[in-house]
Design a protein around this ligand. Structure first.
Ligand SMILES: *Cc1c(COP(=O)(O)O)cnc(C)c1O
Length: 461
């Protein structure tokens, strides 16, 4: 198998995972209202609902925890984290936060305003939520290929479409565009990377109009790996040289360290602008914690300081991206339609091509999430009509998103390729009997309609 790269680590501690029967899983799924977020972890065999906060830490990280300095102000752990951030981001100012969405919140408060547009490739849902609450208008301007789950493979489907961006600036006036946010990698369409060329061009265009650029950089090392392996001119650069160049084109970066930080909790707000930093400090003091901890414990900052360096290791990244590609290849062998090429942190199955008989109004990808859980105890997440469906403000008619998929998120350093085989075989088996499945309907939206995938309840049709 040409994509298979064996794990560059050996296993020192194990966590047992429970097995269950199909009959048990059918019962549990019904009790959970056919929403995988409402299943208990002990009811899951292989958990691919997210890659967030689920990484296995290294022995170096576990050791670093013991060095945590829990001083309220000026702790050593902060300065060690700051040194790692300088290496990876190449920007001077760091405000830790308790997780990524807190950095999103601070960023929204500083960069967004009511009635103004925030341009992005595809905004992450927690930024979108923060922006919409404020009355800001987030728009997704990924390229047409990036917006289409069935498009031919391209190396950088996370890119922003410069023409769409230019048109909006012309149409609305630069003064009505408050920020451009480049999400690396682009989560919603497959963990697809953004090229250095695109980052540079987007930054240049925004700069011509004085529009600030922010990078939402939860998966910064995975994006850098794709630049190194897919973009001419970067083969001989180190991952950190590439990340520093990426960030040289933005003013500010936010990061959920629950992804490429290789830790279970935490976030970062990083900037080169001193005034922005001081505003971030103020918001952090009110909402997060003092400047040198921002909602993180000293020990967590130490684990993150180590994780940020480890994630830039090329042997790790080769294994990481290779494992995702391995699962993608196995699925393709069974005919399962996926977004191609596979991206950084998971494989995305195209719900419409998998279940052509189920219309988007009947949640084909959510149906697939349920089918896979029933079949093999594998828990995934819908990124489609439930998560990103909306309603027209005037007519009340439903608006369906361009992307209709099931994400199989792969935890970092957690599962082996044997687990990938289980997932591929189960999905392959479901695909063979795909004609037998019908759709679903929502019977309960939950309290937050804009992020309803966390709380919704369903029934089978
Ligand atoms: C996960 C994520 C966030 C939110 O971070 P949390 O740590 O979950 O609060 C924001 N942006 C991106 C791109 C993410 O992947």
């Amino acid at each position: 198998m040409k994509y298979m790269t064996a794990e560059p680590f050996r296993i020192k501690m194990v966590e047992s995972i429970p097995k269950s029967t199909k009959a048990q899983r059918q019962e549990w799924l019904k009790e959970a209202g056919y929403n995988a977020f409402r299943l208990k972890s002990e009811q899951v065999y292989i958990d691919c609902i997210t890659d967030s906060g689920t990484s296995a830490m290294s022995q170096e990280q576990w050791s670093a925890l013991m060095l945590g300095d829990e001083a309220y102000a000026g702790c050593r752990s902060f300065y060690r984290l700051e040194a790692s951030v300088h290496e990876v981001f190449g920007m001077p100012y760091v405000q830790p936060t308790h997780q990524g969405r807190a950095a999103d919140y601070i960023m929204t408060q500083i960069y967004c305003r009511p009635g103004a547009y925030a341009i992005g490739n595809m905004h992450f849902d927690t930024f979108r939520g923060n922006a919409e609450i404020m009355g800001c208008l987030p728009v997704d301007f990924a390229t047409d290929a990036g917006m289409d789950t069935a498009s031919a493979p391209e190396p950088f489907k996370g890119n922003i479409d410069l023409e769409k961006m230019r048109r909006l600036i012309d149409e609305k006036g630069a003064e009505n565009i408050c920020v451009v946010i480049i999400t690396i990698t682009c989560n919603n369409n497959g963990g697809q990377p953004v090229s250095m060329e695109n980052i540079r061009e987007v930054s240049r265009l925004a700069g011509q109009y004085g529009i600030p650029v922010v990078m939402d950089s939860a998966r910064l090392a995975e994006n850098a790996w794709f630049i190194k392996t897919r973009e001419p001119g970067y083969q001989d650069k180190s991952i950190m040289e590439i990340t520093r160049e990426m960030f040289s084109y933005c003013e500010t970066a936010t990061m959920s360290s629950k992804k490429d930080g290789l830790v279970n909790i935490g976030g970062l707000f990083v900037t080169r602008n001193k005034e922005v930093y001081e505003k971030a400090n103020q918001l952090a003091i009110v909402h997060e914690g003092f400047i040198t901890y921002g909602g993180m414990s000293g020990r967590d900052m130490d684990a993150l300081a180590v994780g940020l360096r480890e994630v830039c290791d090329e042997h790790y990244l080769e294994y990481r991206i290779g494992q995702v590609a391995y699962l993608g290849e196995k699925l393709k062998e069974r005919g399962v339609p996926i977004i191609e090429p596979t991206g950084g942190h998971g494989v995305y199955v195209d719900g419409r091509r998998f279940f052509p008989q189920i219309p988007q109004s009947e949640f084909p990808s959510q149906r697939l999430v349920c089918a896979l859980y029933e079949e093999a105890g594998v828990r995934c997440v819908e990124i489609g009509a439930c998560a990103f469906g909306a309603f027209d403000k005037e007519t009340g008619e439903p608006i369906y998103p361009a992307i209709e998929s099931m994400r199989i998120a792969i935890n970092r350093r957690v599962y082996t390729n044997s687990h990938m085989d289980v997932i591929a075989n189960a999905l392959g088996d479901i695909y063979e009997k795909r004609d037998q499945y019908r759709g679903m309907k929502i019977v309960h939206q939950g309290s937050i309609a804009s992020l309803r995938h966390f709380t919704a309840g369903f029934e089978l049709l």
